[in-house]
Every structure is written in structure tokens, then in C-alpha cells.
Design a protein around this ligand. Structure first.
Ligand code: BGP
Length: 478
């Protein structure tokens, strides 16, 4: 073990992220403004840990002033959240803006400006309006692509003067993978074709919003990107069958978005395999041209854990509809370092490996870590008896090690522009709700959701002020 110090370059983002639905709560929400998440919570509430969910969340809607002051106290340079599409309109088809909700966004953006925190906004972080699911089957429909572009147009018209970093989606692969591919979330419909249709329509919607952003000239003072969650995928062994499993896992879950959004094209191998397995989706040459001509300016990448796979050990049941798991099985590395609360392996070098991949395979496009963090169950056990403050040294260590690999990759030419922690405060996760705590700031559910800085919040502040990361590393990790 040895001590290492590495400088944080000027302009490097040191921020934190959250989303609208995971923080704001339902105050002020009008009837007819449910999102996909609200529907899921209402229809299948028993799976949400202790019944907590989006209904109250952290009550950011009322407490944003306090929270922005805590952003400042934690040394954040940037804060990323989303606009809640389902709440932004009172009529999604006519694009009639909910003035009350828009005024709330204006106020928290103004407050951030006052405190010198730069906002980054996503247009969608799973907040697809329930109305569009019920009427059009959500992203199955090209009409929803059009309505998303209308939404983007209205949002840019209002807020482009206050926000310069925009993103279309956060983790666009997630909802349809859990709902239509794995069928483990409400409404439990296994449908691989629908999964691919949703992927395609989100890719197309991004390209159309990029096109709009540039056509209207917002690119003269801003940028438009997307937040993706490619999982750094490692094969169990160097044997060809395991490497092929990793290659195909990467193709179906990572390159399905990385390639069209950054390079402007779906991998031909993906299209061929979908065809081979009778997975059909509706796309046209004209749509592919829109995707080709409107790639994103930058990508935010959410990185939490390595994904390890091996070749399947058993044959596929012919009666089972095609699922990419036809080609792989998950693999658990013996002796792996774990965050047992979340069940995720900890392997900070994923950051470096992703950085090098973006450098060599994706033209070194500007990117940043848009989420990385550690959710811990029963975090109260780490509270200092005298001060009452949570001593989250494990989080400090986790952040330091991941940030180290980002800075090291940058020294080697990677175009990584920043690090954002998930999350700023503890907040609601899909299903796990407040079970695993992620924040720099504690939310006390037993005491009116009062906020308290954790040790990591003070550490983050000193990191940000000093511009130097100091940590202890295993010698083989340097
Ligand atoms: C990301 C999501 C976040 C957040 C985070 C933590 O995938 O973008 O919204 O929830 O994961 O993971 P989890 O909530 O599953 O613990």
C-alpha cells in the first residue's frame, strides 16, 4: 500500500446527480400527471421497500433552497437532475405547459445560479408519462417520438438561457430491459421485439432532439448529449467461447446505444442477430439517416460495477422466446470485492477501461462519469455517537478509487471531463426506495426528512477546494 496524490485539472466537474422522480415528490402534481414510475408504484406497491416511493421522495419540491445550500457546502461544481416530463405538461399532445411546475424549475435553477452550482438537465429519467403508455403503448409508438421532440422544444424555449448542458435520456436501455426483456417489473410482459422497438425509438428521439437543438441554434451556447450505462464487460476466461459471450453481451446491451448515438449506426452484427432470431422492429432508411446525421456532442456514463460473463453452460429451451441470454451467463468472480448491500462487485478500474475504450473505439468523444456511487443498507450503524454524523469512510474510499482511475486515464489522453457521484442526497431507488443510502447528505426519514451532512460531504468539499486527490492504493493498482 502506498499514498498517492493526483491533481484535479481546472474545469473538471466534481458534482453529484439525482433525478426529478427520485427527489421531488408528488406535491403540486395534478391528476393525469402520473409517470411510468408512479404507475408502477401505484400498481405494485408491495415490492417497494417499506412502501416508500416517488410519492414523497426527498421532498426536493419544497426543500430545494436548503438542498442547494448543501450542494454548496459539499463543494459541488455541478448538479444533474431531470425535468419530469409527466409533470411538465397539462396536455402532452398540445404541449400545454404546467406553469406551476415550470415556475418551480425556474426557482431552483435561479437558486443554483445564486450559489454558483452549474445545472445539467436530462429530459427523461424514466418519467415517461403514464398517459402516453396507456394511449400509445409508450415508446412502441412513433407518435411518442414526435411528442418527445415537442417536449424538448418547449423545454429548450423556456430554459436554454439558464442551462447549457442538456441530455435526452438517462439510461435509455433500462426500463424496457427490466419490463419487456426480463419481465421482472410491472406490467410483466415478455416481448423482445418491443424491447428493440423501444431502444430504436429512444435512439431516434435523441437524434431528432439533437437535430432540433442545432437547427434552433442552441448549440452556440450549449451542448446536447445523452447519459448511458454501458457495463464494462469482462469474459470469465480468455477462451474463445467466453470471449464471444462477453462480445455479444456488450453488443446487445451496450453497443445498441453507444454505436448509433456516437457513431451514427447500429452495429450490423446486432441487426443480423435480431433478424436471425426473428426479432422484428419497425425502422426505415429515413430514420437511419436521421440517426446517422445527428450524433450527440457528449456522453455521460454511469459506472457502478464490472459485468462478468461466461459462455452458457446449458442449451436454450426452444419454447422460450429469444433473449440475449441465449448467448451468455452471468459469472461471479471468486474472491471478488463486494458491496453486499447492493450485491454489486467493486472494481474501480472499470473507469479506466471504459475511458480507454471511448478513446480507441469512440473517437475520444467528450465524456464524464455521470453516476458512480455506493448504496449502503442500515447506514445508521455508522453514526458517530457523539456528533451524530454518519462516518461513511467506505464511500470516501469508493469515490477516491474511482476518481483516481478517471484522472489517471485523463493523464493518458482520455477525454474524461468530470466525476459525478450518485447521489447528492439519499433518495428513492426503483423498488429499493430508501433501503440503500447513496448520498453525501443523509435524509432522516424518522425526523421529517431533515438533512444532515455525512463525513463524505465534508471530504468532497475539501477535495473540490484543494484540487488534489490523495488516497492510499494497493501497489498493483497504481
Ligand atoms: C442508476 C440510475 C439511478 C439510481 C442508481 C442507483 O442506474 O440512473 O436512477 O437509482 O442507478 O441504483 P439503484 O437505485 O438500483 O440502487
Amino acid at each position: 500500500m502506498s499514498k498517492v496524490s493526483i491533481a484535479i485539472p481546472d474545469g473538471f466537474i466534481l458534482g453529484a446527480a439525482a433525478s426529478a422522480w427520485q427527489t421531488e415528490g408528488w406535491s403540486g402534481k395534478k391528476s393525469g400527471q402520473d409517470s411510468y414510475l408512479d404507475l408502477w408504484y401505484k400498481n405494485h406497491r408491495h415490492v417497494w421497500h417499506n412502501g416508500y416511493g416517488p410519492a414523497k421522495a426527498t421532498d426536493f419540491y419544497h426543500r430545494y433552497k436548503e438542498d442547494v445550500a448543501l450542494m454548496k457546502a459539499s463543494g459541488l461544481t455541478h448538479y444533474r437532475t431531470s425535468i419530469n416530463w409527466s409533470r411538465f405538461f397539462t396536455d402532452y399532445e398540445l404541449g400545454r405547459v404546467d406553469e406551476e411546475y415550470a415556475a418551480y424549475i425556474d426557482s431552483y435553477l435561479d437558486e443554483m445560479k445564486r450559489q454558483g452550482i452549474e445545472p445539467m438537465l436530462c429530459l427523461e429519467h424514466y418519467e415517461l408519462p403514464a398517459y402516453l403508455i396507456e394511449k400509445y403503448d409508450g415508446w412502441s409508438s412513433k407518435k411518442v417520438v414526435e411528442l418527445f421532440v415537442l417536449y424538448a422544444e418547449k423545454v429548450f424555449a423556456r430554459f436554454a438561457g439558464k442551462v447549457s448542458r442538456w441530455f435526452t435520456f438517462n439510461e435509455p436501455v433500462v426500463v424496457q430491459t427490466r419490463v419487456y426483456l426480463d419481465a421482472i417489473r410491472w406490467p410483466f410482459e415478455q416481448n423482445t421485439g418491443k424491447w428493440m422497438q423501444w431502444n430504436h425509438h429512444k435512439v431516434l428521439a435523441t437524434a431528432k432532439v439533437v437535430e432540433l437543438f442545432r437547427r434552433r441554434g442552441y448549440d452556440s451556447h450549449g451542448s446536447i448529449g445523452v447519459i448511458l450505462n454501458p457495463e464494462v464487460t469482462y469474459a470469465r476466461s480468455s477462451a474463445p467461447h467466453d470471449r464471444q459471450a462477453a462480445h455479444l453481451y456488450d453488443l446487445f446491451y451496450n453497443r445498441v446505444f453507444l454505436d448509433p448515438m456516437i457513431k451514427g449506426e447500429y452495429p450490423q452484427e446486432l441487426l443480423d442477430l435480431l433478424q436471425k432470431h426473428d426479432v422484428h422492429f419497425d425502422y426505415s432508411e429515413q430514420e437511419l439517416a436521421v440517426i446517422r446525421n445527428n450524433t450527440v456532442d457528449e456522453v455521460g456514463i454511469n459506472l457502478y460495477y464490472p459485468h462478468r460473463v461466461k459462455a452458457p453452460s446449458r442449451g436454450w429451451n426452444k419454447e422460450t422466446p429469444f433473449h440475449p441470454a441465449f448467448y451468455y451467463e452471468h459469472f461471479e468472480l471468486p474472491g471478488r470485492r463486494m458491496n453486499t448491500s447492493r450485491g454489486w462487485e467493486i472494481y474501480p478500474k472499470i473507469v479506466y477501461d471504459m475511458a480507454m475504450r471511448i478513446k480507441t473505439e469512440y473517437g475520444n468523444i467528450p465524456w464524464f462519469i455521470a453516476e458512480n456511487g455506493m448504496g449502503i443498507e442500515n447506514e445508521g450503524r455508522f453514526r458517530d455517537a457523539a456528533s451524530g454524523e454518519i462516518q461513511d469512510d467506505y464511500r470516501i474510499e469508493f469515490v477516491a478509487e474511482h476518481l483516481y482511475w478517471a484522472l489517471k486515464a485523463r493523464e493518458e489522453g482520455a477525454n474524461c471531463g468530470g466525476y459525478m457521484l450518485w447521489a447528492f442526497t439519499d433518495n428513492v431507488s426503483p423498488m429499493n426506495a430508501f433501503k440503500n443510502r447513496y448520498g453525501l447528505i443523509e435524509i432522516d426519514l424518522d425526523d421529517n426528512r431533515n438533512r444532515h451532512q455525512k463525513k463524505s460531504s465534508h471530504w468532497f468539499k475539501s477535495l473540490s477546494e484543494s484540487g488534489v486527490l490523495s488516497l492510499t492504493l494497493d501497489d498493483e493498482d497504481k
